[in-house]
Ligand binder design. Structure first.
Ligand code: TPP
Length: 318
C-alpha cells in the first residue's frame, strides 16, 4: 500500500512537471481494497485491474519498473512506449491490460474463465476491479449475468468511492446499496469497509476461496472515498466536504498503520523505514526510466492492423 501510494505520488509530480503524456489516475484511499485483490489471487489466476489498482497490480507481481516505464513512455516498458499510462498488462502472468471502457473487463475475465474451463483447466479464479460508475454499464450486466449462469469462478470487486468522476452515487444508481444487486444476479454478495485493510483482506480471501471451491461468482462492494480527484487534472471540488470528515474519508494507510501499532506488530520507527524504503525504490526506478528513450516511430512495429504473431502467420501463409 505504501509503495503504491509512493509511486503514484511520484508519478503525479512528474505529471505536474510535464514529463508524463496523458493523465495520472491514482488510487489514493483505495489501496486497501486493491492490495487485498492482488494478495488473494494465486499464480495462475487472472486479474483485470481498474484504473486505480496500482496496489493490486504490485501485490499480484507487477514489477515497479513496468509501471513507471509505461507512464514515462520508455521503449523498454511493457507497452514499448506506445501507450502513455495505464493500459498495460502482463498476459502471461495473468494480468489483463486495463481498458478504459468501463465494465468491459467483467466480460473479458468471464470469457477467459469460460475458455479455461472449456480447455479443462481447473483451479483458476478470475478477479476484476471496477468503480461504482462501471456497474451501470451493459458490459457489467452481461459479464456478471453470464458468469452467474455458467457459475464461473469470477470475483467482481466494486470500489464504491462515492463518485463516478463527478457524478455522485445518488445520480448513479437507485438501489439502496450496490451489494443488493448480487441478489438480482443470483450471486453471493459482500459489503465491506474499504478503508479497513484487515476487513478487505479477510473478505476478498473469503470470496476468492468461495469462487475457487465452485460456488460461482462473488460480488464485493467496498465502501470508501476517493481521496483525490478523478485524475491529477481534476481538483475534486464537487466532493461533498462532509464526506471527507465521515468514516468513508479515512485514509486506509493511516488505518492500517494504527492497527499495526495497536497490535504491537510494528512500531513507528519501522513504519518510517518502510516509507523511506518505498521512496528509495521509487526514486531509483523513476531515475532509470527517465534516462530511457521513447520509441522511434520509424522503427516501431505499431501492430496497427494485427498482432505481431498474427502478422507472421499471414506472411507464412501467403
Ligand atoms: C463505457 C464508458 N462510459 C464512459 C466512460 C468515461 N468515463 C471514464 S472514467 C468515468 C467515471 C468512472 O467512475 P467509476 O466507475 O465509479 O470509477 P472511479 O473513477 O470512481 O474509480 C467515466 C464516466 C468510459 N471510460 N467508459
Amino acid at each position: 500500500m505504501i509503495l503504491a501510494r509512493t509511486v503514484e505520488e511520484k508519478l503525479a509530480n512528474l505529471w505536474r512537471a510535464g514529463k508524463v503524456a496523458g493523465g495520472v489516475y491514482t488510487g489514493k484511499g483505495q489501496e486497501a481494497v486493491s492490495v487485498a485483490i492482488g494478495m488473494a489471487l494465486k499464480p495462475g489466476d487472472l486479474f483485470g485491474p481498474a484504473i486505480r489498482d496500482q496496489a493490486g497490480r504490485l501485490a499480484f507481481g507487477e514489477p515497479l519498473l513496468d509501471a513507471v516505464r509505461t507512464y514515462l513512455g520508455s521503449r523498454l516498458g511493457p507497452m514499448r512506449g506506445r501507450d502513455g499510462n495505464v493500459h498495460r498488462g502482463r498476459l502471461r502472468e495473468g494480468t489483463f491490460a486495463m481498458i478504459s471502457h468501463l465494465g468491459s473487463l467483467v466480460s473479458v475475465v468471464a470469457g477467459a474463465l469460460l475458455a479455461r474451463r472449456m480447455r479443462g483447466e481447473q483451479n483458476v479464479v478470475g478477479a476484476t476491479s471496477l468503480g461504482d460508475g462501471a456497474t451501470s454499464t451493459g458490459a457489467f450486466h452481461e459479464g456478471l449475468n453470464l458468469a452467474a449462469v455458467e457459475k464461473l469462478p469470477l470475483v467482481v470487486v466494486v470500489t464504491n468511492n462515492q463518485y463516478a468522476y463527478s457524478t455522485p452515487n445518488g445520480r448513479q444508481f437507485a438501489c439502496h446499496d450496490l451489494v443488493d444487486r448480487a441478489i438480482g444476479y443470483g450471486v453471493e454478495g459482500y459489503a465491506m469497509d474499504g478503508t479497513d485493510v484487515k476487513e478487505c483482506l479477510e473478505m476478498v480471501h473469503h470470496a476468492v476461496g468461495r469462487a475457487r471451491e465452485g460456488n460461482g461468482p462473488q460480488l464485493i462492494v467496498a465502501n470508501c472515498l476517493r481521496l483525490s480527484g478523478h485524475a491529477e487534472h481534476d481538483d475534486a471540488s464537487y466532493v461533498d466536504p462532509h464526506l471527507f470528515a465521515s468514516p468513508l474519508g479515512r485514509d486506509c494507510i493511516d488505518v492500517a498503520r494504527d492497527y499495526l501499532l495497536e497490535q504491537g506488530w510494528a512500531d513507528a520507527e519501522t513504519v518510517r523505514q518502510w516509507r523511506e524504503h518505498a521512496k528509495a525504490q521509487v526514486e531509483e526506478v523513476a531515475l532509470k526510466a527517465q534516462r530511457e528513450s521513447g520509441p522511434d516511430p520509424a522503427d516501431e512495429d505499431w501492430c496497427a492492423y494485427a498482432t505481431r504473431g498474427f502478422a507472421r502467420l499471414e506472411a507464412s501463409v501467403s
